[in-house]
Design a protein around this ligand. Sequence first.
Ligand code: FAD
Length: 397
Amino acid sequence: MTARVIAVVGAGLAGLRTAEAVRRAGWTERIVVVGDEPRMPYNRPPLSKKILLDGTGSHDQVALRLRPSEHETEWRLGNRVVRSDLDARTLWLADGSSLVYDGLVAASGVTARRLPEAVGGVRRVLRTVDDAVALTTALTAGTRVVVIGAGFIGCEVASAAVARGCEVSVVALDAAPMTVPLGPMVGAELGRRHAGAGVRFHLGQGVTSVGEDLVVLTDGTRLGADLVVEAIGSRPNTQWLADNGLDLADGVVCDARLRMGGTPAAVAVGDVARFPNAHFDDVPRRVEHWQIAADTALHAARTLVADLDAGEPPAAFGTVPAFWSDQGVVSIRSFGMPGLADTSAVLEGDLTGEAAIGYSRDGALVGVVLLGLAKQAGAHLRRLTAELETARAGSRT
Ligand SMILES: Cc1cc2nc3c(=O)[nH]c(=O)nc-3n(C[C@H](O)[C@H](O)[C@H](O)COP(=O)(O)OP(=O)(O)OC[C@H]3O[C@@H](n4cnc5c(N)ncnc54)[C@H](O)[C@@H]3O)c2cc1C
């Protein structure tokens, strides 16, 4: 009898963790992972931290360790899935080949979002290890760096560039850095700290054009620039899933067990998945966190193997999202979904030093952000988890 196939599209963290987890869930047949990068899976968080700070780096330094069972997985790297037919359970690859599967995992992540081409100039992004290596060699002392975007990645790049002796400007439409995920109060404080370290902010501004050594802002300000880094968010890699009747408005919408559009034996994981989280509500959202890639992988693998082997699928997916960001002037940890909150207040410490900030929606705690206070992280996570579970139990009665 021919062995059945689980096809994984995307050889990143979520793809690797799902391949591992389907084995642990009892799958002994074939697993084929197709990845468009020509490399085995690697860790992205050190790209904007260690590699940019060190001035050097390589894939070997960030490669994810393979468990022995992963050597049985078939890796088709440097090849892209260009099209899929979920009814016919078939994928078509850029090299002209096709792959018929029994179970499918969408683990294709995101790509850096870009300003329109008409803006012009050379604008770099930071998503892959090659991006990081190219960027770090350009961060020499005195280099005038303009970072477009003041989210987590923009601020990590700015912080590393300042540490490397560059002159750094950050341009962003928002009134403060990291406002969308962390809110205006914490954003303003983080802006103050980065400015104290030497970052020049141009907030409430867009970019109209980029020239050879110049960035022009919407208010007419002209910034001298030797290096321009664009960090304005991401675009989910869902093109290959088009024409299957799925909701691909922002990632691929999943049901409570991470099945794409409720399709049996077809799941999505990591940055590309838009899923409801039972700890919060039934609204599907994408969450670009390292830990979410790992958690969705474990859950989706159990759904997939249950669907393929007529087993009992797991309960609805629920997790407390967790994220960290090291930015020189501050080490941030985020638990839950602070972006959902309508109010925030300092729970512990002092906002200008080390602090825990609580984020609430309709009076219920939905997130906690720590500036420093690493030793208290466990206690704050436990408190948030308990409050979310109590609210969840209450909503069931
Ligand atoms: C610079 C940087 C710093 C970060 N720092 C942090 C941090 O400090 N803390 C934190 O929690 N998270 C951080 N993250 C986010 C975290 O790395 C991601 O959440 C995680 O990598 C998601 O994994 P993934 O496997 O879903 O996606 P990815 O890692 O993007 O992997 C998806 C893979 O699929 C490939 N692919 C796409 N389309 C196709 C196709 N059609 N066919 C084949 N292959 C395809 C992609 O090229 C990619 O290799 C950071 C991310 C970046 C970029």
